[in-house]
Design a protein around this ligand. Structure first.
Ligand code: PXP
Length: 238
């Protein structure tokens, strides 16, 4: 059965917009687990634009499911992850100027560096995933480097429509089978929402989907009316 990893970065985005204490992603991780999240995903960015160091250490102490730390393959992040010991690390490319992770990690161009990096994480018993585009050569190199998992980038699938989207779906299906046959566990994510998730979730041996933005957007849609009613009631009762 495919499981759900809930990415709570966007809760932290709202907090950081005011640099205050709410909404606290740690508390919302608890609610995500109540809703059935099988893991909690956070991306600790170099510029700390949303998730903070404090969040990941509190999450590690408080969540009951699994912690998936997304990070760039840098020395700073290696040190942090070896202290944190999350259940797994997903290596992602990171550019300061991007709004969100744009493409997959180019594992092919960084084989030796990544072999060492993944080795250091595995020495600390952390399982490691590579967020890659659904391309055969990236899958082959992920296997060679020693990743336990890959996370297939579904951003393009999410953006495309009609026959183009169908072709991208076939590419993701073939990539999943290819990676599975090499012994890699396959996750997927990026841009998945309430309209496009089912076709990806029903791929044979799809392990876990990591979803953030659409879930947080839906939380606003289903929760805003109640929160306005509560405020209105406080204002009008006097
Ligand atoms: N997987 C990875 C590796 C990501 O970087 C992100 C975005 O932070 C996601 C999944 C979730 O994407 P979305 O917020 O579009 O659901």
């Amino acid at each position: 059965m495919t499981t759900l990893g809930v990415n709570i970065d966007h809760i932290a985005n709202v907090r950081q917009a005011r640099k205050t204490v709410e909404p606290d992603p740690v508390q919302f991780a608890f609610l995500a687990e109540l809703g059935g999240a099988d893991s909690i995903t956070v991306h600790l960015r170099e510029d700390r634009r949303h998730i903070q160091d404090r969040d990941i250490f509190l999450l590690k102490e408080t969540i009951k499911t699994k912690l998936n730390l997304e990070m760039a393959a840098t020395k700073e992040m290696l040190e942090i992850s070896k202290k944190l010991l999350p259940d797994y690390v997903t290596l992602v490319p990171e550019k300061r100027e991007e709004v969100t992770t744009e493409g997959g990690l180019d594992v092919k161009s960084n084989v030796n560096y990544l072999k060492n990096f993944v080795g250091y994480l595995k020495d600390s018993n952390i399982q490691v995933s590579a967020f890659i585009d659904p391309l055969n050569e990236q899958i082959n190199y992920s296997k060679e480097i020693g990743f336990d998992f890959i996370e297939l980038h579904t951003g393009k699938y999410a953006e495309l429509k009609g026959y183009d989207q169908y072709k991208e779906l076939q590419r993701i299906i073939e990539s999943t089978h290819e990676a599975n046959s090499m012994g890699l566990i396959v996750n997927a994510g990026h841009g998945l929402n309430y309209n496009n998730v089912e076709k990806i979730a029903s791929i044979d041996n799809m392990n876990e989907l990591n979803i953030g933005h659409s879930i947080v957007a839906r939380a606003l849609a289903v929760g805003l009316e109640k929160s306005v009613r509560e405020m209105k009631s406080l204002i009008t009762q006097n």
